[in-house]
Design a binder for this molecule. Structure first.
Ligand code: CP
Ligand code: NVA
Length: 306
């Protein structure tokens, strides 16, 4: 049976742990001179309905490192669900490439691609979640603290796609996850409840806190993302009115643990959700985190191709 990578919740904590351990090994091997060409002759088709720097380049380089190739298909080329139905795209592409990575607007399109494709499908971000980012985030936290267990991970801002995957990987791996943001931009209750159910197994917790200062007290990780995600541009002005109290700035970081690390999936809107001094300061892990996309995804690629 083909293996997809669509959501953190599709995997057990031991499967996630295994992929993260492989990511550490593949990263070390690569630093020592290179990886084995385990994907020789394999091609990853990459569908993008939205712009990307990290997802595109890290997948393309990741495939190269493992001996394979990647093919970039731009938003204007495929017209997923417009020029052609998702089901038809999936069935055609499956005959040409060995796996598909897709960045879409609607999460339904990821699910339909996976349903109709005969090759593995990897979710490179949808309006619902961003599981590859969640894996890179976990890898970054593991590199810093050894594991997520018992770590206080605080997401500051919009209860968006990045927050969803961070919450689920935190819940699966036993972190104490806290989300804080303005009223009206909360995570869906169904997801909060689902994450809490996972915590029963892992020993983690999920808490919603409205007050941002209270939320970050003692935090090991402060994480933020854009106030306005791709596809929500018409809401930008309205969002800019309510999100400023949730800016990650020096005063906020000073309320966290002394060893706190600050994370952001990028692209950052400096001066909005994060200030320059924090993004470029000693607590920032923004760039190692971005680089870890490539290492985490190589483990995901190895997993889906196996
Ligand atoms: N974090 C992330 O997914 O970045 P891109 O939008 O540049 O791929
Ligand atoms: N929440 C952001 C993440 C970008 C990587 C967005 O969806 O635009």
């Amino acid at each position: 049976m083909k293996k997809d990578f669509l959501a953190i919740t599709d995997f057990s904590s031991s499967e996630l742990q295994y992929m993260l351990e492989r990511a550490v090994i593949l990263k070390e091997e690569w630093k020592q001179g290179g990886n084995a060409p385990i994907l020789k002759g394999k091609t990853l088709g990459m569908i993008f309905q939205k712009p990307s720097l990290r997802t595109r380049v890290s997948f393309e380089m990741g495939m190269n490192h493992l001996g394979g190739n990647a093919m970039y298909l731009s938003p204007s080329e495929i017209g997923l669900g417009q020029r052609e139905s998702v089901a038809d795209v999936a069935r055609v592409l499956s005959g040409y490439v060995d796996a598909i990575m897709a960045r879409v607007f609607s999460h339904q399109h990821i699910l339909q691609l996976a349903q109709w494709s005969s090759v593995p499908v990897i979710n490179g971000l949808s309006d619902y979640n961003h599981p590859c980012q969640g894996m890179a985030d976990a890898l970054t936290i593991i590199e810093e603290f050894g594991s997520l267990k018992g770590r206080k991970v605080v997401f500051v801002g919009d209860g968006n796609n990045v927050a969803v995957s961070l919450m689920f990987i935190s819940a699966r791996l036993g972190a104490d996850f806290v989300i804080t943001g303005p009223e009206g931009y909360d995570m869906r209750q169904a997801d909060i409840l689902k994450a809490r159910a996972l915590c029963a197994e892992s020993g983690g917790s999920v808490t919603e806190v409205r007050d941002v200062q209270e939320a970050v007290i003692g935090a090991d990780v402060i994480y933020t993302d854009t106030w306005t995600s791709m596809g929500q541009e018409e809401e930008a002005r309205k969002r800019e009115m309510v999100f400023p109290p949730y800016q990650v700035n020096e005063a906020l970081v000073n309320l966290a643990a002394k060893h706190v690390i600050v994370m952001h999936c990028l692209p950052a809107h400096r001066g909005q959700e994060i200030t320059d001094d924090v993004a470029d300061g000693s607590h920032s892990r923004l760039f190692p985190q971005a680089h870890n996309r490539m290492h985490a995804q190589k483990a995901i690629l190895e997993y889906v191709f196996k």
